[in-house]
Each structure stands twice: as structure tokens, then as C-alpha cells.
Design a protein around this ligand. Structure first.
Ligand code: EPZ
Length: 417
């Protein structure tokens, strides 16, 4: 089982290039199922979740080819309707093929995603909304058997709760529904805007009509499309925090500051020195971190995917901080491991109380989920001595070349068997 050895504590200095967004790439890859024309994608991150999604597409009959830095997908002969458990269980975003398969083929059998470390990950909101487009479904032995006997028919749908995945599934499905669909109470993460831009370029007819509502006019055909996926704002936020935590001086390239303005505002509020430029963010040497009370929220709120990372930084604050996790029911798996490194974090329900003035001690650690594993690396970077992080397959799902990128800016980190 591969693990990472991290020898801290080093100040990080230099430049890190941000990769393409995993959470924009996954719905865009699923949306290619709508089209019978070639799709050319660039800037997909080299991470395991993308490879898993490509395996799902291939299992459905998609033709997938890499040519230099481009991925070519051709669904001309894609006719299969079955996405199996063994693929969807490792990557819950596999459920995003449900909408496009129903839209194009009128039928789908897709494994329920199943839970993960951070929560049960239900799909009731997806299914309830799809049934409003005329989908009939049954759940049998862990699979969704869904059919749209008369094709999808446009409808007015208000999501009962803001859900990134449900918004993505329905946006994609509605592109081929007969007539007009209005989706309201949508998630509006930048990754969803990237999906909408991709669908428009592919010839679909979508228009945001208010902050959280979108109008979709069904179409019957699409065109060949070339698309460059947006940069990964969570990766960028992670490295901003790494720079602040190590008192370093980092230049994060390839990210527009405006898509992480909430994160930048909060980092500045706790004393992190940040300079924003076009397509670049500089973290300057930060000496003092102030405490803060934050809660995670749907975009444009503070992202749950950066909750573990900012918790590590707040361990360095002058006083106690409070972090409320409002999105997932079990997203404090990193706390026990951080406490083993000398942190003093207690949990009350969905609130973490984070003591400040902590000096992390190196330790042998266990990763539990994607963002928890990167928070352990951050703590190890600022701890004196050698830390070992096990089960880094979690990390490889969503961070491209993390040890290479960190080594380039002075971290002493290596992957060992
Ligand atoms: C997406 O997950 C992201 N994944 C997650 O990133 C991210 O944490 C999450 O959105 C919130 O921003 C991808 O984009 C691939 P949700 P998703 O539907 O779509 C509940 C990472 O680290 N819910 O917005 O699954 C759900 O249980 C990953 O990159 C229902 O109750 O998130 C959760 O509590 C982790 N019923 C809340 O809503 C449903 O039908 C938000 O979930 C759907 C969701």
C-alpha cells in the first residue's frame, strides 16, 4: 500500500500551476453521452476519479482516445444503458450518467452510489426531479432501473435542497427534454457554470434567468465541440492554505481570483497576506493567524471541500476558532488524526472547536477521504520531523502530482511503498 513521507517543517517558496477541475470535468464527461458527435476536451486533471469516469463511459460503449493533451470522446455507437456497481461505488459522481442516458436512450440501469466516509450520499433529490421530467424508476438490489417511456418532457422543477449533483444531472437531462424546463434553487458552483458553458458550446439551449434558476429549451441534435475545462478552485485553495501555514511565499498560477473570492476574503480576514493578479494569486509571508468562526455553505459560501484544510491553518491561530460543517454529516474524519499530531480539536454535533497556538508534531497517519488526506499533508508540512501518511489512494482521486508540485516549492516529501 503506497504512502507518503513528509519531512517538515519547510517554508514553501515558488510557483505552483493549478490543474483542471476534477469537479467540473466529471459532469462534463458525463454530458458527452448526450452527443453523437466528437468531443475534444483539454485540461482534464490526471487524477483517478477522471480515469474511473472514463472507465464508466467505456463500459457504456463510448470511444475514448487521448491525443497529446487532448481527450477525444465519440459516442456515435454508444448504446449501452448499464453502469455497474464496481465502478460507481468508487466514485459517486458515476451517478451523473443517469441523466444523459435517460435523455438520449430513454432508459438506464445505474448503481446507487453508496455512501462514503463523509456521508450517506443519497440521490433522492436527483430521482424526484427526474420523475418530474417523466422518468419512471424502481430501486432493485442497489440499482436504479429508470425509463422514460415517452421520452423526457420539460417541466418546472424546484429542488427541495441545493445539490450540486442533482443540479448537474437535471441540467444535462433537460437539454434533450421536449419543450422548456425551468430548474430553480439550483447549486451555482463555478463547476456548474463550466458545465453549462460546455453544453451551450455543444449546441444545447440554456439560459440563467435568476441567481439560482436556469431555463433549458430541449434540442434534438448537437455539434462537434472542443472545450477547455476550468481550473480547480479547491486545489488552488489548498495550496493557498499551504503557503499561509508554512509562512512561505507562494505564487499560485492558472486560477482566476474571482472564483475563490470567498476563500480569499476569509484568508485575508485571518491575517493571510494575499496579492491577487490576473490568473494568479500570491501568498506572501504570513506571520500571525487570527482566529475566526466559519461555516461551510453552498457556493458562494465557504466550500465544504476546504473545511479540513482551513482547520489545519486555524490550529495556528492566536485563539480558539469554531467551524460548522453544514453540508455533510460526517466530514470531521481528519480531526482524530490531527489531534494525534498535537492539535486540540473537539467536536460538538456538526461544530468543531479548534484551539489555537498549536505546534504540530510529526506522526504516522491514516487518510480517510480525499480532502482529509490533504489536510494531513498540510499539518505534516508544518510539523518538525518525519510524518507518514497511509492510504493515499484517497489523495490520488483528486490531486494531480501533489508531491511533485510541493517538492518544486521546497517541500521534503516522497511517495514510498
Ligand atoms: C459535489 O458532491 C462534489 N463532488 C463534492 O466534492 C462537494 O463536497 C459537494 O458537491 C458539495 O459542494 C463532485 O462534484 C464530484 P451535493 P455532491 O449533492 O454532488 C445531500 C470532493 O471532495 N443530498 O451538493 O454529491 C448530500 O447528502 C467532493 O471533491 C441529498 O440529501 O454533493 C449532502 O449532504 C466531496 N440528496 C448535500 O445534499 C440528494 O439527492 C450536498 O450534496 C443529493 C444530495
Amino acid at each position: 500500500m503506497k504512502k507518503l513521507e513528509v519531512f517538515g517543517a519547510n517554508k514553501l517558496r515558488g510557483q505552483i500551476k493549478i490543474s483542471g477541475s476534477k469537479n467540473a470535468s466529471l459532469p462534463i464527461l458525463a454530458a458527452t453521452l448526450l452527443s453523437n458527435k466528437k468531443v475534444f476536451l483539454t485540461n482534464l486533471p490526471k487524477v483517478n476519479d477522471i480515469e474511473t469516469m472514463l472507465l464508466v463511459l467505456k463500459s457504456l460503449g463510448s470511444f475514448v482516445k487521448r491525443y497529446k493533451d487532448q481527450l477525444i470522446i465519440d459516442n456515435y455507437n454508444q448504446k449501452k444503458k448499464f453502469a455497474s456497481y464496481n465502478l460507481v461505488k468508487t466514485m459517486r459522481a458515476g451517478i451523473l450518467v443517469l441523466g444523459p442516458l435517460l435523455a438520449k436512450l430513454g432508459e438506464a440501469k445505474v448503481s446507487l452510489p453508496g455512501g462514503c466516509a463523509i456521508g450517506t450520499r443519497p440521490i433522492d433529490i436527483h430521482l424526484k426531479a427526474l420523475s418530474k421530467l417523466g422518468v419512471k424508476y424502481k430501486i432493485i438490489q442497489g440499482y436504479v432501473y429508470a425509463k422514460a417511456p415517452n421520452g423526457l418532457v420539460g417541466a418546472k422543477i424546484k429542488f427541495s435542497k441545493i445539490s450540486v449533483g442533482a443540479t448537474e444531472n437535471l441540467i444535462i437531462a433537460a437539454c434533450f427534454a421536449k419543450g422548456i424546463t425551468i430548474l430553480s434553487n439550483c447549486a451555482i458552483e463555478p463547476e456548474i457554470c463550466d458545465l453549462v458553458n460546455f453544453l451551450k458550446k455543444m449546441g444545447c439551449n440554456l439560459k440563467w434567468i435568476s441567481k439560482r434558476s436556469i431555463k433549458i429549451q430541449g434540442v434534438e441534435k448537437t455539434n462537434e465541440v472542443t472545450y477547455n475545462v476550468m481550473a480547480d478552485r479547491i486545489e488552488a485553495g489548498t495550496y493557498l492554505i499551504a503557503g499561509a501555514l508554512t509562512g512561505g511565499n507562494l505564487k499560485i498560477k492558472g486560477i482566476e481570483p474571482k472564483i475563490i473570492k470567498t476563500e480569499i476574503k476569509i484568508l485575508k480576514k485571518i491575517g493571510v497576506k494575499i496579492k491577487e493578479k490576473k490568473n494568479e494569486i500570491n501568498i506572501l509571508e504570513t506571520k500571525k493567524i487570527k482566529n475566526i468562526n466559519i461555516k461551510t455553505a453552498p457556493y458562494p459560501g465557504f466550500p465544504t471541500d476546504l473545511q479540513a484544510q482551513i482547520m489545519v491553518l486555524l490550529c495556528k491561530a492566536n485563539k480558539k476558532s469554531f467551524i460548522k460543517e453544514e453540508i455533510f454529516e460526517n466530514r470531521f474524519m481528519h480531526v482524530a488524526e490531527l489531534n494525534r499530531m498535537g492539535a486540540k480539536i473537539s467536536i460538538k454535533g456538526n461544530k468543531a472547536i479548534v484551539e489555537g497556538k498549536i505546534k504540530f508534531a510529526a506522526a504516522e497517519l491514516m487518510a480517510t477521504d480525499l480532502r482529509a488526506s490533504v489536510s494531513l499533508i498540510l499539518a505534516a508540512l508544518s510539523a518538525n520531523g518525519k510524518s507518514v501518511i497511509n492510504r493515499i489512494y484517497h489523495l490520488d482521486r483528486g490531486y494531480e502530482n501533489i508531491e511533485k508540485k510541493l517538492k518544486k516549492v521546497g517541500a521534503n516529501i516522497r511517495r514510498v511503498n
